[in-house]
Ligand binder design. Structure first.
Ligand SMILES: [Ca+2]
Ligand SMILES: [Ca+2]
Ligand SMILES: [Ca+2]
Length: 496
């Protein structure tokens, strides 16, 4: 594909004169837009641009001056028209100048691709592939393609358009055959967190849960990063990691008609879906194609990159948003895909960037991650010792967010009145745990020893009164039994 030149700079200014002023106050070459018009077109010196417009604006007798702006009849990214995924998600070019930091943990990114060069953070690339220390190498092409789908230069006259205007750090964790390991992944996650990445894209997957990978993700989420992962390309039901970890946004793939890709892995870890069929992105500079060529790749890897781009767009608009808020906004504004409601192929549905960009953020009271007793102990208490009552708005559900646990200080013999209200159709449970409850399997021994009381059932709404015999910081848990959605939780202490 050929590259187009960048858009030309304005060659003139448009200057509006006061009614009493004459054209003699303007420099030579000024011409009215039509006979008698107060607006004159004034040629600019080459390259003088904004400064010269400013000088014109300050002239006596001038009421306004602006550049004679250049508008294009076609997009300046020559490949954009072929990027149907942009159309599918309701994409429009970003406004504003914020460019959130995104980490791409992949096979590396080729920094010599012209459409990526200005997007990559200088000196930001790292390799955690044993025996392959070259961070600026992409021996496969997968990572380069992912980075370009996510954040290729927009309107720069080269290649295609990324979903987001973002700054990218390439974190090489996968080798030339596309394989990575737990040790490389957790080193890469740590690096992305230390660099302050707000979005971390993980377009890979495998079987088997790793405690170390989950810990690294918890840390990244707590540091403010939304972790996005591909659901997998097994074409079967199942659960793939890292998409199935707590705190991760798992992404399924859609075909060109918006139906689930047959190859996209189904399961409770799928939170959202995005285009994944023939998604067009950049090739490496060494590949035998003309500069700016885009090629189509298929799979949930590409769908994850599109969602990561959408998350960066949300963060550009709401820089203070927490990972849970960004995830909530993208899921709440998704378009439902058949069958109706949350499903195992598309989760909440198809990413709708246009809807996400015109919708307000959900509330931020949710102290994520707080799914296990050790995590919850690091959050602020919902009901400290001297407080009589408290209310919180949260979201819970799915493998990404199975439980919300809140710290509640209670004295022996004290009663706790709890009211929980969720979205219609959701299933929520309440559990109160004694002080010191450990993490781990909830078997009968655990229940006998640590559970004060429960309120369970198929509906979302629960009203409960718990009476404890222990004194200290208890944990009040909301369990999301299906889907993911918002709730309101009120807790009030009552003397025995
Ligand atoms: Ca471009
Ligand atoms: Ca559905
Ligand atoms: Ca939670």
């Amino acid at each position: 594909m050929l590259t187009a030149p960048p858009p030309p700079q304005p060659a003139a200014a448009l200057v509006t004169l006061a009614p009493e002023a004459g054209a003699q106050v303007l420099p030579g070459g000024a011409t009215p837009l039509w006979p008698g018009s107060r607006v004159h077109r004034v040629p600019l010196w080459r390259g003088a641009g904004a400064a010269q417009v400013g000088r014109l604006r300050r002239l006596v007798g001038v009421v306004a001056a602006e550049p004679d702006r250049v508008r294009g009849v076609r997009s300046f990214d020559p490949g954009r028209a072929s990027q149907t995924h942009l159309l599918q998600i309701g994409w429009s070019p970003p406004v504003g100048s914020r460019r959130p930091l995104v980490a791409v943990l992949d096979t590396g990114v080729d920094p010599t691709v012209p459409d990526l060069e200005p997007v990559l953070v200088p000196g930001g690339a790292r390799s955690f592939v044993p025996g392959s220390p070259d961070a600026d190498d992409d021996p496969d092409g997968h990572g380069t393609h992912i980075a370009s789908v996510l954040a290729a230069g927009i309107g720069n006259g080269l290649g295609g358009s990324g979903v987001a205007a973002a700054r990218v750090i390439s974190v090489r964790v996968a080798d030339h055959e596309g394989f990575t390991t737990t040790s490389s992944i957790i080193r890469g996650l740590r690096y992305a967190r230390v660099r302050g990445a707000r979005v971390i894209n993980l377009s890979f997957g495998g079987a088997g849960r790793s405690r170390l990978e989950q810990d690294a993700i918890d840390r990244a989420v707590r540091a403010g990063a939304l972790v996005v992962a591909a659901a997998g390309n097994t074409g079967r039901r199942g659960v793939r990691y890292p998409a199935a970890y707590r705190g991760v946004l798992g992404v399924g793939g859609l075909d060109l008609n918006g139906a689930p890709l047959p190859s996209s892995t189904r399961g409770p870890h799928v939170a959202l879906a995005a285009p994944g069929r023939e998604v067009r992105g950049a090739v490496r500079s060494i590949d035998p194609f003309p500069p700016g060529t885009l090629i189509g790749r298929t799979g949930t890897s590409m769908a994850a990159a599109i969602v990561s781009g959408a998350a960066a767009r949300v963060l550009a608009r709401w820089p203070g948003a927490t990972p849970a808020q960004v995830r909530g906004l993208l899921m709440d504004t998704a378009r439902d895909v058949a069958p109706s409601g949350a499903d195992s192929a598309t989760g909440a549905g198809a990413l709708d960037l246009a809807a996400a960009m015109r919708t307000a953020l959900p509330g931020r009271a949710d102290p994520e991650p707080n799914d296990t007793p050790p995590l919850a102990r690091r959050t602020r208490a919902l009901l400290p010792v001297r407080r009589a009552s408290a209310e919180v708005v949260g979201r819970v559900g799915g493998t990404a967010d199975p439980r919300d646990a809140y710290r509640v200080a209670l004295g022996a013999g004290e009663r706790l009145e709890v009211v929980l209200r969720g979205r219609a159709g959701a299933g929520l449970n309440l559990v109160l745990l004694r002080p010191g409850a450990p993490d781990g399997r909830r078997d009968t021994t655990f229940r006998r020893r640590w559970v004060v009381g429960t309120a369970v059932g198929p509906t979302a709404d629960k009203d409960a009164v718990f009476a404890t015999t222990a004194s200290g910081v208890h944990l009040l848990e909301v369990h999301g039994r299906r889907g993911e959605g918002p709730y309101r939780l009120s807790a009030r202490r009552a003397p025995a």
